[in-house]
Design a protein around this ligand. Structure first.
Ligand code: GTP
Ligand code: MG
Length: 193
């Protein structure tokens, strides 16, 4: 089933002073290059809503999108890319911390992890910070199209165990095939209500 997304509009790109839009907001977070912008485009049935790039660390501010009349999507800059200078990493951390503490309408943070990789410490730290701030999270394991079934199951189990996830998580997702799209939408719709 393809969801009717409705009118999509780009609100803007902000490193701070995020505008108050008065709508429930869903943020997309994860390591650089994990596929946040691609996942957003897949969910929105759009090839180019969010900028996808082969260069990790491309998204450096929070990009806000209005989805239909009821919901805002926030594409957050990725973390943990080794080649990014320490000063930029610190900057990222400060930005994300203030984003998470300032956004009153934030209903859900979709934390994307790479299904091919072992659970990452930075992802664990983000999930811990979200739990501490009572912000609901949804872990989505992306790029599952790159794994054979058995390896996929093994990796997803390792992620679920490491982060002590509830049932149904991580959601197996692929921006290439669209696998997991409806499941992620179910969570988004519930959070946007
Ligand atoms: P930053 O904004 O730099 O943090 O990256 P990002 O997390 O937004 O990643 P982006 O969506 O730009 O994707 C990074 C690369 O991964 C691109 O080359 C995408 O084409 C590729 N990619 C993203 N999702 C998938 C997926 O589900 N499957 C496969 N095979 N490739 C993907
Ligand atoms: Mg991006």
């Amino acid at each position: 089933m393809r969801r009717q997304v409705g009118a999509l509009s780009f609100v803007g790109s902000y490193p701070k002073n995020w505008p108050d839009l008065g709508m429930p907001e869903i943020a997309f977070a994860g390591r650089s290059n994990v596929g946040k912008s691609s996942a957003l485009n897949t969910l929105l049935n759009s090839k180019k809503a969010a900028r996808v790039s082969g260069t990790p660390g491309r998204t450096q501010s929070v990009n806000l999108f209005k989805v239909g009349s009821g919901c805002v999507f926030a594409d957050l800059p990725g973390y943990g890319f080794a080649k990014v200078p320490a000063a930029v990493q610190d900057n990222w951390k400060a930005m994300i911390e203030s984003y998470l503490s300032e956004r009153d309408d934030l209903k859900l943070v979709v934390v994307l992890v790479d299904a091919r990789r072992a659970p990452q410490e930075m992802d664990g730290m983000l999930l811990y910070a979200l739990t501490e701030s009572s912000i609901p999270s949804l872990v989505v394991a992306t790029k599952v199209d790159k794994l054979k079934k058995q390896q996929r199951q093994k990796n997803l189990r390792a992620i679920a165990k490491e982060f002590a996830l509830g049932p149904g998580q991580p959601v197996a997702f692929s921006s290439m095939s669209g696998v997991g799209r409806d499941q992620v939408w179910d969570h988004i719709e519930a959070a946007c209500r």
